[in-house]
Write a protein that binds this ligand. Structure first.
Ligand code: GAL
Length: 488
């Protein structure tokens, strides 16, 4: 065959492949959802008996959040919950992932006093969702620890394990007849490895590389105990599933050098394996254990700064997941780096490596939320390989801008690209990913960024007392993907 004919044939073939690729369909049982969290949307921070959380304290007493922004009113979902359900309905998705404010139900955190108003509030939302054929998915802990537990060190204090499991058990009793998907923790890496931020108050400093690992250790134990309580006491009758949600930014080797390839894997294990490995495999990842033990030794600590599990604890934690919840936002290039000064005691120096993002990757409304859809596909492939292809539910993924414009084509493009990456992972890599959740249902309080960064499918008018919500363009797009199962 002549070269020209070969070229023509290969062109036709690649057009055909592209056509087929863009026509991958989401399987019938693949679920779509939208997400929010209590502190970011509810407001009514002290209304009808709600107690104070650490985020109420952080926004009231520190200057971490710009513009003096607080969640005191936020989207006022405490009063607008019926409209919220209507909005979820309008997107056409199958489920709504939201979180319980622990202190709305138990104002002091302890279960000795129940604030019935809080129970009623969540019952109303759950019932309304079900009436509308929307599945409620509940996160028990999305960062708003009862303030009462903060002076004792919060997640650094082992007492928190029982306090959390008591609360979780009550949540199963109150809502578990109707809630079939539970998430114990949202992104422990964020609230443990950034411990100072979450506990910030005048004159308190919690040393990184010590306290944050205590948090990790207690969260993993609390998660496992909660899983076992659900399994033992509720699963047979309530027939739900339970796990936790971990955040994962993809670490791509910065070059083909063996050092950078190893550095990227090291970073994945420190950021994701630290939590996923004890639950899905066994114990902390070896590289994480070895590095922290070695650095601790050189620093003169009598034992590793990473609290070690006993054999019984390892066995108790292993297997405590019915699926793996994944939050994903962006991707980084990771490089090997010279060992940091041994005098430096911190999670970052234990992890080593350094990272940056390519200028060629499209940006969004937030510095580091670069749009890199292939990073999501690599994550899904890596999870399949590292953890024997577990069920993965993408519990958050979304696009921020700074304007909140209704004409949000970049968000639509982002969603199309990340949906396609998911489709490729399903159809070409046989990854067991079964759900995609968009962050977020509406613009809301974006933690340390206040109201400057907007992730919503719905715009919220924060100047307006009624906090009027308006659909952005991407709502219609999401609806069409859910209906047609295709991205175009
Ligand atoms: C996640 C967090 C969400 C939301 C999102 C957007 O880490 O779970 O609450 O803020 O980031 O940045």
């Amino acid at each position: 065959m002549k070269t020209f004919q070969v070229l023509q044939l290969s062109l036709i073939f690649s057009i055909f492949v592209n056509l087929v690729q863009s026509q991958y369909l989401f399987p019938d049982d693949f679920k779509f959802g939208v997400a929010s969290s209590a502190y970011q949307i509810e407001g009514a921070w002290n209304v009808n008996g709600k107690g104070m959380s650490i985020w109420d304290r952080i926004t009231h007493t520190t200057d971490i959040v710009p513009d003096n922004a607080t969640g005191d009113i936020a989207c006022d979902s405490y009063h607008n919950w019926e409209r919220d359900v209507e909005m979820v309905k309008e997107t056409g998705v199958d489920f709504y992932r939201f979180s319980l404010a622990w202190t709305r139900i138990f104002p002091d955190g302890y279960i000795s006093y129940v604030n019935q108003d809080g129970v009623d509030y969540y019952n109303n939302i759950i019932n309304k969702l079900i009436e509308n054929d929307i599945e409620p998915v509940i996160t028990l802990y999305h960062w708003d620890l009862p303030q009462m537990f903060s002076p004792q060190g919060g997640w650094a204090n082992p007492a928190i394990i029982d306090l959390f499991t008591y609360y979780a058990k009550k949540a199963f009793e109150f809502f578990g007849d109707r809630v079939k998907l539970w998430i114990t923790f949202n992104e422990p890496k964020v609230f443990c490895q950034d411990f100072n931020l979450f506990m910030s108050a005048a004159n308190e400093v919690y040393p990184s590389g010590v306290i944050d690992y205590m948090c990790t250790y207690h969260v993993l134990k609390a998660h496992a105990e909660t899983y076992h309580i659900y399994n033992r006491e509720f699963k047979a009758t309530q027939k739900g599933r339970i796990s936790l949600t971990l955040n994962f930014e993809w670490s791509e080797p910065g070059s083909d050098s063996p050092e950078d390839i190893a550095a990227a894997e090291q970073r994945r294990q420190f950021e994701f394996g630290l939590y996923a490995n004890p639950i899905i495999n066994f114990d902390y990842p070896k590289i994480v254990k070895d590095r922290i033990a070695e650095r601790s030794k050189q620093q003169g600590f009598p034992e590793s700064r990473l609290p070690q599990f006993t054999l019984a604890e390892k066995l108790r934690i292993r297997g405590t997941y019915d699926f793996l919840g994944l939050n994903h936002y962006s991707t980084w290039h990771v490089f090997a780096a010279a060992e940091r000064d041994i005098a430096e005691i911190s999670y970052e120096s234990d992890m080593g490596t350094f990272r940056n993002q390519s200028n060629e990757w499209p940006t969004s409304g937030s510095d580091w939320n670069k749009v890199v859809p292939w990073g999501l596909r690599r994550i899904l492939q890596w999870i399949k390989k590292t953890y024997r292809n577990p069920i993965v539910l993408i519990t958050e993924c979304g696009y921020p801008d700074q304007t909140g414009t209704l004409d949000d084509e970049p968000r639509q493009d982002f969603l199309r690209d990340y949906f396609n990456a998911t489709l490729e992972a399903i159809h070409e890599d046989q990854v067991n990913v079964q759900a995609f959740t968009i962050w977020s249902l509406m613009d809301n309080l974006e933690w340390q960024q206040g109201y400057r960064i907007k992730f919503g499918l719905f715009h919220v008018d924060f100047e307006d007392e009624a906090r009027t919500r308006t659909a952005k363009k991407s709502v219609a797009y999401v609806r069409s993907v859910v209906e047609t199962r295709k991205t175009d």
